[in-house]
Design a protein around this ligand. Sequence first.
Ligand code: C2E
Ligand code: MG
Ligand code: MG
Ligand code: MG
Length: 286
Amino acid sequence: ANAATNDVCPARGGYALYTGGQEQECTRRISLMGDFRQAIEQNELLLYCQPKVDIASRRVCGAEALVRWQHHVHGMLPTIEFIKLAENAGLITPLTHWMLDAVFSQSYAWHEAGIEQALSVNLSAHDLYDPMLVDRIQGLFSTWNVNPELIQFELTESTLMEEPSIALETLTKLKKLGTRLFIDDFGTGYSSLSYLQKLPVDSIKIDQSFVMPMEADNDSAVIVRSTIELGHNLGLEVVAEGVDNQVVWNLLATLECDVAQGYLIGMPMPAEQFSDWEDKWVRMSV
Ligand code: C2E
Ligand code: MG
Ligand code: MG
Ligand code: MG
């Protein structure tokens, strides 16, 4: 295997895009990443969004922007898997740029349609090393004239741990633009409290691996409860992701978790469907 092959096929395994022999699998990943370079130009990427709601009031408080890849041959590809491939192949920067363009133009379209909802963009570790990232975002704010409060960023705990000083620097700049920052997949990254306390973040999102089983598994319930307390003690808003049933919603309400996101509330959907979803949600909530 040459260096390029190793790059795209790390010995991590776990990808389920295709089944087949290991060598065949590697060849497919490489060709898929070749396709990915063109996917952007051929309009194969789609912006989906998944609602977030305030638990106490049931008010809609934004949506997470999630990329989808509708491959011309293979159909819709699992996001988590092609994101990992793109990260390993050094292709996250063009993806992030595409996403930022899509999110700003969507935010503008929503504004024109009278919808004032925040959209949060997921950033990968590699984005933090992109010296042009903050300038690009600043440029998009002036181009689209979007309210800074309506564009948010999500960074996983492990992304923030990779290069703490660069993370702090980039987050500080993003915060200066007036955006809201989330620590994503909280609880999975082993970060130290003293480090977290230094970061200019507004919210933490408790990872779905703790939220989903909390109804049946006492350890998960304890982790969720202490994370909510911790977040509140640090003055942060707490979001639970992966809320997929009413029992979990009720538990989170009792624990005074602030915001919920998950299949119970709404699946990720094309941005054009958001306002229909919102109408239904409001009707269900009265
Ligand atoms: P994430 O940021 O933690 O996003 C939440 C994921 O959980 C989404 O998967 C969402 O569909 C899923 N989810 C939400 N609620 C539920 C639920 O109730 N049940 C279940 N089973 N799943 C739920 P998705 O869209 O496949 O994205 C997976 C990951 O890919 C994201 O995790 C994020 O890390 C990454 N990702 C997605 N879009 C982007 C992007 O534009 N840029 C970057 N860098 N990463 C992205
Ligand atoms: Mg996220
Ligand atoms: Mg998450
Ligand atoms: Mg997650």
